[in-house]
Design a protein around this ligand. Structure first.
Ligand code: GLP
Length: 262
């Protein structure tokens, strides 16, 4: 796992967007896995800027989001479909019919999980999966105790997630208690994963995910088994890492990161 530390959240965001743009430029018919949450808003703003400046083209890109709340329709302001349309899809030259999220209104939940897996496979698999991390270590909505080989399906959210994400709902208690999510196995099947972690509030969970034992209690730790995973952190999120000095050496000395040096 390549762990890259940048000074500020802005620099971490900029590097994340640059990696995505570079990957799309190398393979224009690209299948991109997307994430939601506050952290990603800046990444999408940056990608929209790059698109506007003609530095990345989304016209042949297909996207698959990690997750969607069960019971929320696309037009609901709290749905991840609404979030994606607002923060990214309406701001870049993507063909909306190539944008995919699980259907939060699907009646048959098992069939919806299978449909999503098939759609990912039909698109040739995910080339790069963008990831954030929840304060409880979740990737997508793979809460603690999730199987580390799971595929897309419905998940019950933890009290911690209900508390953290509940602030976006009015009242917070109206937040759905369940969501569809790609499984950890789905995420692990992506050819490449890029995780972005910023802010002091994530320092403890970042340490557990990156340096702790691989455990279903912190599903992000499964990425330690991924062959092409990078985690990008700002100094605040990296503050508790034991391997900080080595991470800095890696950024300075691994030739593959040279082209991203500014
Ligand atoms: C939600 C999403 C996750 C995301 C997390 C972090 O729970 N399901 O995919 O990683 O939010 O969000 P934030 O960036 O707001 O901390």
């Amino acid at each position: 796992m390549d762990v890259i530390i940048r000074g500020t959240a802005d620099e971490a965001v900029e590097l994340t967007a640059a990696i995505i743009a570079d990957a799309i430029n190398a393979k224009p018919e690209f299948t991109l896995g997307l994430a939601t949450g506050k952290t990603m808003e800046q990444v999408y703003a940056k990608l929209a800027d790059l698109n506007k400046a003609g530095k990345v083209d989304f016209s042949r890109v297909s996207t698959f989001n990690l997750d969607e709340y069960i019971g929320l329709a696309p037009e609901d302001k709290n749905s991840y479909r609404y979030y994606m349309n607002y923060h990214l899809f309406s701001r870049v030259n993507i063909d909306m019919k190539n944008t995919h999220l699980p259907d939060g209104m699907a009646k048959d939940e098992v069939a919806e999980g299978e449909r999503y897996e098939k759609a990912i496979a039909a698109a040739g698999g995910i080339d790069l999966q963008l990831l954030g991390i929840g304060c409880d270590g979740h990737i997508g909505f793979n809460e603690p105790l999730s199987s580390l080989t799971s595929l897309t399906g419905a998940k019950v959210l933890t009290p911690n997630t209900l508390e953290v994400n509940g602030v976006y709902f009015n009242p917070p208690s109206s937040m759905p208690k369940r969501a569809f999510t790609m499984g950890v196995g789905t995420i692990m099947a992506a050819r490449r994963t890029v995780m972005l972690i910023t802010g002091k509030v994530k320092a403890e969970i970042a340490k557990k995910a990156i340096e702790g034992p691989v455990s279903a209690m912190v599903t992000a730790s499964a990425l330690q088994y991924h062959q092409n995973a990078v985690v990008i952190l700002d100094e605040a999120a990296a503050s508790l890492l034991e391997m900080k000095d080595y991470c800095r050496m890696l950024w300075e000395n691994d030739p593959k990161w040279k082209k991203f040096h500014r």
